[in-house]
Write a protein that binds this ligand. Sequence first.
Ligand SMILES: Cc1ncc(C[n+]2csc(CCOP(=O)(O)OP(=O)(O)O)c2C)c(N)n1
Ligand SMILES: [Mg+2]
Length: 374
Amino acid sequence: MAPQTATRSKASSRSTSTKARRSTSAARSAGHGRFSGESPEKLRDHFREMTLIRRFEERAAQGYTQAKIGGYCHLNLGEEATVVGLMHALRTSDLLFTNYREHGYAIAKGIEPGRVMAELYGRTTGTSKGWGGSMHMFDVENGLLGGYGIVGGQIPLATGAAMAIDYRGGDEVVMCQMGDGTTNIGAFHEALNIAALWNLPVVFVVVNNQLGMGTTVERSSAESELHKRASAYRMHGERVDGNDVLAVREAADRLVERARSGGGPALLETVSDRLKGHSVVDPGKYRSDESAQAARQNDPVVALRAELIEAGILDEDAAADIETKAQADADAAVAFADDSPHPDPATLFDHTYATPVANDSRRLPADPVFPSSF
Ligand SMILES: Cc1ncc(C[n+]2csc(CCOP(=O)(O)OP(=O)(O)O)c2C)c(N)n1
Ligand SMILES: [Mg+2]
């Protein structure tokens, strides 16, 4: 097979930034014509998937407060349109790297919700056999290469995976998801530089929910239009409304296929809102009432439901059926997780290293520091 580098042309330096269209109800109702040419079934599928993620995350929050889930737990509430639109662009064989806010991505990439919930519950049936938890989903078969808890940790790894694809002459594409705050990590700039220099098949996606924990983009980023940072590396960058599943899908489809056909890397910024705190335990006290209320008004699941009903693509009964089914699927995921076994403590160190390591300590907290034969 000819190396992919032979067919990949240098990335265009053209900057066709699309101004984000913030989703107001007025803009939405004016835009019904945008469904023309869309398959009604596909639109219903988008709503189905977004609703499933919403219900799944609500059950995850509940499981956390019941102490069924340990560690950290960050939810995609408010980011459902972004998640579904982005994942639409990827084939199963395409590789996805995300930050720690990845439950919805795992489901939309094709992983059974039960396996995702079981990972949250720390059970052996989870995507990482229960060792990873919320922030460390991993599933090679579905092309999910993590789930990273270190802010920006995924970016050099994703870029390396894109280099591996290029080197082997494959036609897969890497998508590297991250938050707005992550664009101030040094590795972001190093990775974008090398990806552009080597014309690698990777699409970087900045999910701009306008907050990095409690800090707004404007307070943390000198260039707050984050897609413009691509231009420092002569990389294509653009911004879309992350509450609009069709806008995200269109941009993701186009940029992924562009990367697949040798067009080079790109930076896609999606702008949406975080409906709840940074993690389940964060009450979000730093946020003004107006900002929290604006986020609720932009709720992408509520908005798509209303739009589809208004356009005659769904009626109340059909929408309610989808919601009932999503709730049942989320409940079934919880039941599957709850019924699954905990890992045997004796297996705790089994996958610490990929290859055997001399003097690899397998000492558990209650074990003596020195073996009796010492
Ligand atoms: C290297 C590093 N620094 C700090 C943290 C603590 N931390 C966890 S999430 C986060 C905010 C990241 O915000 P953003 O990139 O916007 O992602 P979001 O949580 O909004 O999805 C920080 C500072 C971390 N996990 N890793
Ligand atoms: Mg953020």
